[in-house]
Structure formats: C-alpha cells, structure tokens
Design a protein around this ligand. Structure first.
Ligand code: 9GP
Length: 829
C-alpha cells in the first residue's frame, strides 16, 4: 500500500509544473487566466475592479501553496502549537500586505503595468475586512503577521461576521451607521472549507445517567447549528511560513427536524433552520460593553465550541493521551470573549473523554493563558446566570463546580474572609446573579497578561489585586506592539525606501531593533533633506484625500495635527476640540503682527462612536460644528482648519498616519491599557502629544521625554484630583471655551448642553478642566518646535529610531518564550 501511495504521489508530482513561478510574464498569464476563468470576464476587456479580483486570486494561489507546505511541515515535525482565540480581527486590506510579505510586489507591479494597469490603483479597489472594533482587534491582526513572520506554529480562530464594523456616514455633522456587508463583492482571501464543519449545540437539558456504576452528566441539546470553516492564509515576511486564520460561519445543521416536516410545517421549519445563520451575522459595534445579550453569548460559545472541536480533533490525530495536551497545545484567550473555552474544555475532557475532574482541571490550567485589554473593573464582562443556564445548561453546572472547588481552595489559603471570597468568586451574587468572565479566566489560566507595564501595575493594585496577592507569579505584562510590515512597508513606501537606503539593509523589516541605527543619522543634513521630502509626499497624499472627502483645501505648510481612534470620553477628543476652540479664540483676538507668529494648523479628527453612546456622538457633532465655524471664517484663512475624517478604518489609517506631523493621545492617566495608535504614528516619524498613560510611559523610556510633548496629571495624581470634586481649580481659558459652546457660539446650544455638563467642575470625571492648562502648554511647545525644522526633524528621526521596541514581533517573541513556550518551526524553502 505504501508503494502504491508513493507511485501515486510521484505521478501527481510529475503532472505539476513545480511551484508557481513569480516572473512578471508568468504573473501576467496567471492574472489573465483568472480574469477569464475565475472572474469570468473577457481577458480583452476588464476594469480595475476585475483586475483586482484576478490579481488577488493569483496571489491567493501562491499563498495556498505556502500554506500547504507550512501545514504539512508542522504536521510532520509536531511542535507545540499555539491557538490564538479572538472574537475580533481587524485585518483591513490584504493585497499589498500579501505581495510584500511574499516578496513579489515589484514583479506584480511590472506584470500589471504591462497589462495597462497600475498596482496602486488596482489595490485601491479592495474593501476593508473590518471584523473588529478598535485597538484589541487591530492588535490581533498585527500579532498574526508577527506569528507568521517569526515562524511560530500558530493558528488564529475567530468568527466570520457577515456584517463587519458599521460604516460611519456623517449627515449634517451627525454620525449615522450603515451596515458593512463586506462580502458583497466576494472575498478572494478566504477558502471555504465545506468539509470542515462541526455541530455546535445550544439549550436543552442535562440528564444524569449511570455508566459502569458511575454517574455521568449528559447534555441533551435543544438546538444544533453547524459551524463551517473559512481559512484565511496569513503569510510571513521573508519566510515561506504561511499560517492560518480560521473563521467560523454559522449554517443550518443538516439534521432535519423530522417532526416539523412530518406535520407539514415545511415553510416554518426552513425559516427556523435559517435562523441559525444569524449567529455569525453581525459584529457587536461596542468595543467594551457586551453585557447580557443572548446573541453575543451564542456567538462566543459558537466560536469556542467549533474551535475546540477542531483543535482537539487535530490533537487526537497525532496523540492518544491527553496528558500530552499541555506540551503540544497552548490556547490563548484574547480578552474574556473566548473564556467559555475553559468550561468547554472541561466538558469535553470530563463528559466526552471521561477524564476525572482533577486531571482535566490540571490540564486546562496548563493550556490556557489570558490577556486582558481593559483597565477598569466595570468594563469586565459578566454573563447573567439565567441566560447562561438556559443557553448552556451543562456549562453552568461546570462553572459552578469550578467555582466551588476554587472557593474551597481559597478558604484554605485565606480563611473565612467573606468579603474577599465574594470579590474573587467566579459567580457574582446580587440583583442579577452573573458569571464573572475575568475571574474565570484568571482562575483557569496559568498566565494573566497586561498590555503595558502601567496596565499590569493597575491590574495588580486595583482591578485584580486579590488575585495578584494569591498568585503573583501568574501576572505578567507584554507591552503591545504593531507590525512594521503594515505600518511602514505597506503604508509608507517612501519612508521604507529611505530607511533601507540609509541603513544599507532591509533587515529591519524582520528585525525592528535595527531601526536604532537611525540614531547615527540624526545630525546628517543630507538625510534630513530626504526625510523632509518623504513627509511632504505623505502630506500631499493626505491633503488630496481631505479635499476629496470634505472639500476643505489645506496648506502643506501647516502642521498636520491628528487624533484618530474610537471616540470615548476617556480618550478625551473633547479636550482636543476645546483646545482648538481656544486656539481659534486666541487668533481672533490677535492683531496682524501677532497673527504672523501663529503656526498654521490643520487639525484632523476621526473615529467611530458606538451606536448607542450618546455623549460620543455629541463629540462628533461638536467637532463638525466647530469645523464649520472655523473653516468658513475667511479672516482666519489657513491659520487654522479642522477636518473630521469620516469612516476611520485600517485603510484610512494607512493614509492618515504617514501624513501626520503631530498626533494626540489624550486619555486621562490610568485609563488606556496600552494604546497602539501612538506606536504607528511614531514609526512614521510623527511626534506625539500625550499623557503619561498606557505604553506612552515605555515610549518615553525609549525616546526620552525631550522627543515628545507630555502633559497632564500623572496616574498617581488622578484619584486625589477626583476627590477634590467641586473645589477643583480649572483655568479661566477652560471656563471660557466651555461657555462659548454653552452659549451657542457653534449653534445647537441645547444639544451640546449635556455634553458640556460632563466636564463641568464637580462632574468632570475625566479631568479635562484640571489638565487643560498643561495641555495648552504642551501645544505651545509643539508650535515652538515646529518652527525650528531642524529640531523637529531630529525629534522625528529619533521617534522612528526608538520605535523598534514597539514592534509586535517583540511582543510575540516574548509571549512565545515566556507564556506559550513554543518554538519557531521554519518551513524549509
Ligand atoms: O483600550 C485598549 C487599548 O488601550 C489597547 O491598546 C488595545 C490592545 O491591547 O485594547 C484596547 N481595548 C479594546 O479594544 C477593548 O477592550
């Protein structure tokens, strides 16, 4: 039989032309073939979008080849594997990133140009895959890129939402949400795996049965849905390794509801089956509040169940003993969204594989690790027990059992300290009895990670203090990072070329620490000239975009000052807008002479507000109202402009970030777990104006406080300031600009009243008033530096030079070595 198999394999191999070739001529042929046979258009007549479709299919062929090789190699070498479980991945576009990582961008550009197309124009045809909300989701995408590049044997698991994050459209300055049915035009980057399906069960009852004289709990489900796998190959850079992001879609199960069919209720039974698909329909658009929604819980379990079935099946193919699971499998919980995995793995091991509880629990605790992305306890997920018990009755029993055993252990350690016991319990008693997902994740994981040093300190001292005191060794931090492949190579090709030219190598693309080499060039005036040109090119690109989007013409000589991120009170976009009003007010009151000294600014704000977050929506409206006033004031001219960039997403970020001179990160100290936008901006030579929050503290360690503009209360001062309440002193300028808004200077007097109330003395939780003075000082320092171009350029170079530490490669390597204990597994060329 082996001989037969080998003969067959040899024959197959002889039928192949070997691996796909990457010379421009072959690529042209491939593109044309895909135009004709995949897109089914005539190869003599196709447009940019059809060219994009054909091109991406030809790239996909190459990805699949490497994906297969990686898969086969990993299967053969059997290393310990990482499975990264995340309900959100904000991938953005794939084309440019893929051809760059495959190392065939130039060949494709040439191939397309010979066919009469331009690569950049064709690449613009791609829509964003927005299967996530904000920081957490984009971080997952960066980490996938790093896992592949560093050759780790890893897979991501998530959900294939049919509607990604809503599209933001602005009508009269108000945010409206439109569904993002991103699959409308097909998705060439995914591979539907019709043969990889699992049944996922919901509802029903638990029955006790006796087997071999022992009692067993058997879950008799009330509804079954099918999970179908969609694979998304993720190529590494400078390696053949291409890993997999497996996303699940819900389909009606093939099990027929015979009774319904027999009673002749055919239409209703089809409609009921169709309901199954709603599970993976839509991404929840709120980035931190998911409390108590049945569909959300269904999504979580659906993705957890399908992923674990898949992982366990793969493990069992190669092993016949669960003792080996912790040596072969690491399961990472990206926030609490996948934390039901802990109960699910216990159900599988105990109910299905018949392991004894303690053994199963020991295995579970060894395989799971957990990262939290939140700061405040109120932001942590809780699931009402009633909801969980009805949807997943067996899991509720398991969760109670986990908690019971944990509480017994705890009592032995801390005695009958009931307050502490109740704080640490997985089950929260109270008006709505709930399961605390963070407590579950901590109890069931061997490592709990914060996303910056400061974040970990906050977790240790406040949020998870009780747990830290119990298990100090579990708590670690891995400061976030972003991938330089996406955030320099793809989004800023001119800077990429400049860095490679002056460092004399492209090795920094795989090893961002090499960027420190730029420090040696900080005084080189030739280098400065080229640096300046790069920024100018990117500013031109951004200015064109702004004009197309908003009709506002902006001057390239102005400082481009950007704040783009989700709109949240704690991120303090309102502080920025009030600062802009102050600037406007000052200019209006200046004479001609003083106006000559003003540094012209283009203030750019962008970001989405969760659809139900009223105050955030008012902030968006205020920025439009202020923009209208300022931009139409001919007396001010180019001295100040304000633009709101609608529908901020990954591909818009790729355009905005390289063009920014200054970027603002204004969170009240202690509220941003890490922040990753700042890292992208610094990688692009943009200076930061920031509070000492999240990973900014580590950015300061790296580039020095002289190379950014720091302001605001420190984290240790925040509580004291809050305690002062209505006795707090705020600068007169703050009271003045707030009054302008209240008095209707920008219209909509009544509408903005409640927004102004949130920052009035005594009510100002995020401390805009107390921080306003130092904010204005930092802004003044930025103006001063901007008019000394040499100084500004040096600061800009040093920012990029110090950004290597904030590469997601560093983060991932740290996780791999200290938490997951996995080794690279590099597929031979
Ligand atoms: O708010 C945090 C942000 O500070 C952090 O950088 C990011 C990645 O760790 O996660 C964000 N959290 C979320 O997006 C949702 O909690």
């Amino acid at each position: 039989a082996i001989g037969e198999r080998r003969a067959k394999a040899e024959r197959m191999f002889s039928l192949m032309d070997g691996f796909l070739k990457n010379d421009p001529l072959t690529l042209q042929k491939d593109i044309l073939n895909h135009v004709e046979y995949t897109v089914a258009r005539s190869r003599f007549s196709f447009d940019d979008f059809e060219a994009y479709q054909a091109l991406s299919h030809s790239v996909r062929d190459r990805l699949i080849e490497r994906w297969h090789d990686t898969h086969v190699y990993v299967k053969r070498t059997k290393p310990k594997r990482l499975y990264f479980l995340s309900l959100e991945f904000l991938m953005g576009r794939s084309l440019s990133n893929s051809v760059i990582n495959l190392g065939i961008q130039d060949q494709y550009a040439e191939a397309l140009s010979q066919l009469g197309f331009e690569f950049e124009v064709v690449a613009e045809q791609e829509g964003d895959a927005a299967l996530g909300n904000g920081g957490l989701a984009r971080l997952s995408a960066c980490q996938m890129d790093s896992l592949a590049t560093l050759d780790y044997p890893a897979w991501g698991y998530g959900l294939r939402y049919e509607y990604g994050l809503f599209r933001q459209i602005i009508v009269d300055g108000f945010q409206h949400e439109q569904p993002d049915y991103w699959l409308n035009y097909g998705n060439p980057w995914e591979i539907e795996r019709i043969h990889v399906t699992y049944e996922v069960k919901f509802y029903g009852t638990v029955e006790e049965v006796e087997m071999n004289g022992e009692k067993h709990q058997v879950w008799v489900p009330g509804e079954t849905v099918e999970a179908v796998a969609y694979d998304n190959p993720i190529p590494g850079y400078g390696t053949r390794n291409t890993i997999n992001l497996r996303l699940w879609a819900a389909k009606p199960s093939n099990k027929f509801d015979l009774e319904a069919y027999n009673t002749g209720d055919y239409i209703n039974s089809v409609v009921n089956r169709q309901r199954a698909e709603t599970i993976s329909n839509v991404l929840y658009p709120d980035d931190r509040n998911h409390q108590g929604k049945e569909l959300r819980l269904k999504q979580q379990y659906f993705f957890v169940s399908a992923s674990l079935q898949d992982i366990i099946r793969r493990f069992k193919e190669a092993h016949n003993n669960f003792d080996e699971l912790p040596d072969k499998v690491a399961l990472h919980l990206n926030d609490t969204h996948p934390s039901l995995s802990i109960a699910e793995i216990m159900r599988i091991l105990v109910d299905e594989e018949h392991l004894v509880w303690n053994k199963a629990w020991d295995i579970a605790c060894k395989v799971f690790s957990f990262t939290t992305h939140t700061v405040v306890a109120e932001g942590l997920e809780k699931i009402p027990v009633d909801l969980l018990g009805s949807l997943l009755p067996r899991h509720l029993q398991i969760l109670y059992e986990i908690n019971f055993k944990f509480m017994e252990e705890l009592k032995k350690k801390i005695g009958l300290d009931y307050n502490r016991l109740s704080r640490m319990s997985i089950v929260e008693e109270g008006a709505v009895k709930s399961i605390r997902m963070a407590n579950l994740s901590i109890v069931g994981s061997h490592a709990v990670n914060g996303v910056s040093k400061l974040h970990l300190d906050t977790l240790k001292m406040n949020t998870f203090k009780d747990f830290y005191e119990l298990w100090p060794e579990k708590f670690q931090y891995k400061t976030n990072g972003v991938t330089q492949r996406r955030w320099i190579v793809v989004s800023n090709p001119s800077l990429c070329a400049l860095i490679s030219k002056w460092l004399g190598t492209e090795a920094w693309i795989r090893n961002a620490d090499l960027l420190t080499g730029l420090r040696d060039l900080v005084d080189n005036t030739d280098f400065h000239q080229e640096w300046k040109m790069v920024k100018k090119v990117n500013k031109m690109r951004l200015a064109e975009y702004i004009e197309t989007m908003s009709g506002v013409k902006v001057s390239l000589d102005a400082m481009f000052d950007v704040q783009v991120k989700r709109i949240h009170e704690y991120k303090r976009q309102l502080l920025n807008i009030l600062g802009i009003i102050h600037r406007y007010d000052c200019i209006k009151n200046m004479d001609k002479n003083d106006r000559r000294k003003v540094v012209p600014r283009v203030c750019i704000i962008g970001g989405k507000a969760a659809p139900g977050y009223e105050i955030a929506k008012k902030i968006i409206k205020l920025s439009h109202a202020v923009a209208e006033k300022i931009n139409n004031d001919t007396d001010i001219g180019d001295l100040l402009k304000l633009v709101f960039i609608p529908d901020y997403n990954v591909s818009v970020a790729e355009l905005v970030i390289p063009g920014a001179d200054l970027s603002q990160h204004l969170s009240t100290a202690g509220h941003e777990a890490s922040g990753t936008g700042s890292m992208k901006f610094m990688m692009n030579g943009c200076l930061l104006l920031a509070t000492a929050d999240g990973s900014t503290i580590e950015i300061i360690e790296e580039i020095g406080s002289d190379n950014l503009f720091l302001f605001g209360a420190k984290v240790q001062e925040v509580a004291e300031l809050r305690e002062k309440g209505s006795t707090l002193k705020v600068p007169l300028q703050f009271a003045r600009v707030l009054r302008m808004v209240r008095d209707g200077y920008f219209g909509h007097k009544d509408y903005f009243e409640s927004l102004c109330d949130t920052v009035e003395i005594g009510n100002d939780f995020y401390l805009l008033g107390p921080d306003f003075g130092s904010y204005l000082e930092a802004q003044a320092a930025a103006d001063k530096a901007f008019v000394e171009p040499e100084k500004w350029i040096k600061m800009s170079i040093l920012s990029v030079a110090g950004s290597g530490r904030f590469s997601s490669d560093r983060t991932i390597q740290d996780y791999a070595e200290r938490t997951w204990k996995i080794d690279p597994c590099r597929c031979p060329l």
